[in-house]
Design a protein around this ligand. Structure first.
Ligand code: ADP
Length: 184
């Protein structure tokens, strides 16, 4: 069973590490940010609705993202495992996910909290320079992370599903720490 949920602030390296782990385990890497950016590029109805929120560093409304994840987790290729990156981001999304996984008989998961201090993530995001990586938008994404997403750390800790990995080291160092943490 390989089902992982990646938590952590923007810029902690979730995308990079989730991709490595997914390739290694031959399972899909499901990044809600990537799916939304693709929708935006193709100007689908979802992309059009999401754009303003993303440009401002706000969360896209729960219902939109939840529908997207439900559709993805109902696809056959996710039966043998998956890595969720960027979802859930609110307690509402987390309770939605938990009932969805129960329905799908996929409740056995581990949650990786990839953590790094604010100054580190801000400088990484500024270097990356994505459209939503302007300094004021980064600050807003961090605020939203602290207020809406960080409570999920406690939420999953209480369910004894949480594994903490230090994201404040080289990408290779994080991969090593991550592999050690999930194999123990
Ligand atoms: P990062 O973690 O680097 O900020 P992501 O690629 O995960 O970037 O997300 C980019 C943007 O996409 C977010 O700022 C938000 O607007 C939107 N988004 C992604 N996932 C979600 C989600 N689960 N709920 C709401 N909005 C989301």
């Amino acid at each position: 069973m390989t089902r992982f949920i990646f938590l952590g602030p923007p810029g902690a390296g979730k995308g990079t590490q989730a991709k490595i782990l997914a390739d290694d385990s031959h399972i899909p890497h499901i990044s809600t940010g990537d799916i939304l950016r693709a929708a935006l590029k193709e100007k689908t109805p979802l992309g059009v609705k999401a754009q303003g929120y993303m440009d401002r560093g706000e969360l896209v409304p729960d219902d939109l993202v939840q529908d997207m994840v439900k559709e993805r987790l109902n696809q056959d290729e996710t039966k043998s495992g998956w890595i969720l990156d960027g979802f859930p981001r609110t307690v509402k999304q987390a309770t939605f996910l938990s009932s969805l996984l129960q329905e799908l008989n996929q409740s056995q998961v581990k949650v990786i909290n990839l953590d790094a201090p604010d100054n580190v993530v801000v400088s990484r995001l500024l270097e990356r320079g994505r459209k939503d990586d302007a300094e004021d938008v980064i600050r807003r994404r961090l605020e939203v992370y602290r207020s809406d997403t960080a409570p999920l750390i406690d939420y999953y800790q209480q369910q004894k599903l949480l594994v903490v990995v230090n994201g404040d080291q080289s990408p290779e160092g994080v991969t090593t720490a991550l592999k050690a943490a999930i194999s123990s």
